[in-house]
Each structure stands twice: as C-alpha cells, then as structure tokens.
Design a protein around this ligand. Structure first.
Ligand code: 16G
Length: 273
C-alpha cells in the first residue's frame, strides 16, 4: 500500500485527511468488501500519525457504515447496503434476488391473534372479525439476518396459510398462488429507530443500534388491504432509494418562493420580518 504522509500544514484535521484517503480506497474498489484493513499500528507507521488519530478516522468510517470493527480481529470493509427503490412494490424475495443474494425466511410465530385497533383499522376489519393471522419472520440474505417482519394478515382472505409452512418461501408468491391475492399497491412509512433488545438479538446487532422501522399496509388488485407489516431492518444493511421529479404543473414557482404579491408566509425561512 502506498502511503504518502498526511499534510500536517493542511487546516483539515489529520484524522479527517486519513479518513478521506481510506474512503477513496474503499470507494474505488481497491479495498474490496470483506477485506481486512491494515492494523492500527501499521496505519500509524505508514501515515506517521498517532493511534488516537487513526482510531478517530476508523470510528467515523464505522459510524458511516463503511467499516465493521471487531475487537481483537481488526477492521473490515463492509458489504454494500441493499438498496430498495421506493417507487416500486416488491417483495423481500424479489429485492434479494435482484441483488444476486439468496433470500431466506425463518418463521418465528404463525398464529391467530386478536387485532389491535390499528390493525383492525388498517385492514378495514368489521366488528365481527376478531382474529387476524400473525406471521413473524426473520428475513435473511445469504443467511445473514437483515430484518424482522411482523405481518398481520386478513384471516378471511387467507386462512389456509395457518396450515402451511412459510419458512424460506415468499409470502407474496404464496398469496398469489393459493388465494389469488396479487399485491398491487402499498402505503409505507420509514422511521429511524434504535433497535429494541428482542429484534437486536435476532438481527445479531447491539441493542439500540441504528435500525429502520417500517410500517407497510399492502393492498391487492381489488383494492382490499390484506397485510399490515411492522418491520425492523438493520440500519447498516439497507438503504432506500427514491428518484424525485419536479411536478410539471407548478414549475414556474416550484423553487423560486411565493410570487411577490403573495405576502408573508409562516415558513421559518421566508417568514422573517
Ligand atoms: C417486504 C415487505 C413486506 C412483505 C414482504 C413479502 C417491506 C418493508 N416489507 O419485505 O411487507 O410482507 O416483502 O416478502 O418492504 P416475501 O414475498 O419475500 O415473503
């Protein structure tokens, strides 16, 4: 590895300069995913800097998801995150296959339960529908845990599922095949969350690690909501991607602020006296 000493006269802090050098190696592919980085000692010697500086650069890269540090074994380049497009309705199985990864599902719970008010509302259940199917699964990609999904399914639409084993099978494929439920549309909310202890144990991360909490209600082609799903995705493994386009109609004023005659607004930036 060629290592030009860092520029001590540069106003940028040394740890930051080192971080940039290491990041360039990861992003250019010079260091491949899974590859071990030189030891802290070796980096100190090569860049002629202190151990504290090296540790700060590595801690930043770990925080941003570029590295995984394992006490005793050293630092390794992390695998790229799984990207899910926000504009397309896909299943976990499809997402993983599209990335050349082997999808998996381990059933943790499959039972009849009473719906909460929220589940009943989202699934548009009437007062006589006192049961829903709970299907809780650990989702894996190449056998690595990625997400814990807790799906509540409309019992009337797919009761047979209780007698089948959904391990390592696609729920959407199963519903299409056995119940003619073709997923057509979903409403989804994504929130940053600290991973709760139970999910952290299943996902093999520390409790409180960054996670994505996702809430989805999915509708069939006939417009009927058939599932409400609450999931925790590992924050270091997943990234959501959205392509945004300018709405063609208000193009004139979209980013230019309100027209001159519109007066003051209560907006924090525009509303200043
Ligand atoms: C996705 C969906 C989940 C759905 C599952 C079906 C999100 C956040 N969730 O993971 O709602 O139940 O796909 O996947 O995208 P499957 O057909 O592979 O079982």
């Amino acid at each position: 590895m060629d290592a030009t000493p860092l520029d001590k006269r540069n106003p940028l802090p040394l740890y930051y300069q080192l971080k940039e050098v290491l990041l360039a190696r990861i992003q250019s592919g010079q260091w491949a995913p899974g590859q071990q980085l030189p030891s802290e000692r070796a980096l100190c010697d090569q860049f002629e800097i202190s151990r504290i500086t090296v540790r700060q650069a590595l801690a930043d890269l770990e925080q941003e998801g570029w590295l995984i540090r394992d006490q005793g074994r050293g630092a390794f380049v992390s695998r790229p995150r799984i990207e899910q497009r926000l504009s397309q309705l896909t299943s976990f199985t499809q997402d993983m296959r599209a990335r050349g990864q082997r999808p998996g599902a381990i059933v943790l719970e499959q039972a009849l339960v009473r719906p909460t008010t929220l589940v009943a509302h989202r699934l548009r259940l009437d007062a006589r529908q006192r049961q829903v199917i709970l299907l809780k699964r650990l989702r894996t990609a190449n056998d690595e845990p990625i997400a814990v999904e807790k799906a509540f399914l409309n019992y009337r639409l797919c009761r047979q599922i209780l007698h089948d084993d959904l391990s390592h099978r696609s729920l959407y494929a199963w519903l299409t095949e056995h119940c003619e439920i073709v997923p057509a549309r979903a409403e989804q909310q994504i929130q940053a969350a600290a991973c709760p202890p139970e999910e952290a144990r299943l996902l093999k991360v520390k409790p409180g690690s960054p996670a994505l909490y996702i809430h989805r209600t999915t509708y069939s082609q006939s417009g009927q909501p058939f599932e409400m799903v609450e999931s925790y995705y590992r924050g270091d493994k997943y990234v959501f991607y959205a392509e945004l386009r300018l709405d063609p109609a208000p193009r004139q004023t979209a980013f230019a602020g309100p027209p001159a005659h519109a007066g003051r607004t209560a907006d924090a930036t525009n509303g200043r006296p």
